[in-house]
Design a protein around this ligand. Structure first.
Ligand code: KIV
Length: 271
């Protein structure tokens, strides 16, 4: 099975949720494909979990190209092939010209879609990328590349004003032609409202169980994080009791839990 944007977007009206795993190399890609996970995100979280940086800010476009190529090579081998989204790193899309040039590098490296962090200010850039044939995944809420502006990794969208702003951002990016949007660390009720009032597919992380899809970083869901966030579940330790613990079975357990809405559970949500 080769997953496409068109079939995944159809899932919204079918109320059939899909799973995304952030991964950065060919071996994890092979395991993710064995579990038939629909989407791999080559996330700039690699700055923290692979490189040991304290944020995603130092990650460069060259590093994103390197990891996207590794994932794309692994993805070409399996019977199941995930859709590959690659993150545009910090300051690689500050204006539309840079965004087009850097997105082209990621697409040539094997990405099927690029992801950009930010709200309505990215609507024009999103529309231009889409016009040029580059599918876009938006990302609002906690946007880690802006950690210095946000003052830390904090839940976003708790005040009425912030909620209205995030809803407006989502609507502007939906209208601009983005196919997916990541909603990171926002209250469950706000994620549900955005999901209901937009046409693109919402992918939640710390955003409750009412989004169209979920995303987790592979190392987090396999228990390799020393201080996991509230929304993380260790699927290697707590996966299906009927299955032997293995990395592939952990990915299968995650996919099943997303499909049947048992993950995220109330203890993984923000109010
Ligand atoms: O970089 C990343 O892995 C991400 C996800 C956490 C959504 O952006």
């Amino acid at each position: 099975m080769k997953y496409s944007i068109q079939t995944l977007r159809q899932r919204k009206s079918d109320h059939s949720k899909f799973s995304v795993v952030a991964a950065y190399d060919a071996s994890f890609t092979a395991a993710i494909n064995q579990a038939e996970i629909e989407v791999i995100l080559v996330g700039d979280s690699l700055g923290m979990v692979v490189q040991g940086q304290s944020s995603t800010v130092p990650v460069t476009i060259e590093q994103m190209v390197y990891h996207t190529e590794a994932v794309a090579r692994g993805n070409a081998c399996g019977a199941s092939q995930a859709l590959v989204i690659a993150d545009m790193p910090f300051m690689s899309y500050a204006n539309t010209e840079d965004a087009l040039a850097n997105a082209a590098k990621l697409m040539r490296a094997g990405a099927n879609m690029v992801k950009l962090e930010g709200g309505a200010w990215l609507a024009d850039t999103t529309a231009k990328l889409v016009e040029c044939g580059i599918p876009v995944c938006a990302h609002i809420g906690l946007t880690p590349q802006s950690v210095n502006k946000l003052g830390g990794y904090k839940v976003q969208g708790r005040s009425d004003d912030q909620q209205q702003q995030l809803l407006n951002d989502a609507k502007a990016l939906d209208k601009a032609g983005a196919d997916f949007i990541v909603l990171e660390c926002i209250p469950k009720s706000l994620a549900a409202e955005i999901t209901q009032h937009t046409e693109f597919s919402t992918i939640g992380i710390g955003a409750g169980c009412d989004t169209d899809a979920q995303v987790l970083v592979c190392y987090d869901m396999l228990g390799l994080s020393s201080s996991p966030a509230k929304f993380v579940k260790n699927f290697l330790a707590e996966g299906e009791a009927s299955q032997a613990p293995s990395i592939v079975n952990a990915f299968i357990a995650y996919k099943q839990a997303v499909e049947n809405s048992s993950y995220p559970a109330p203890e993984h949500e923000y109010q």
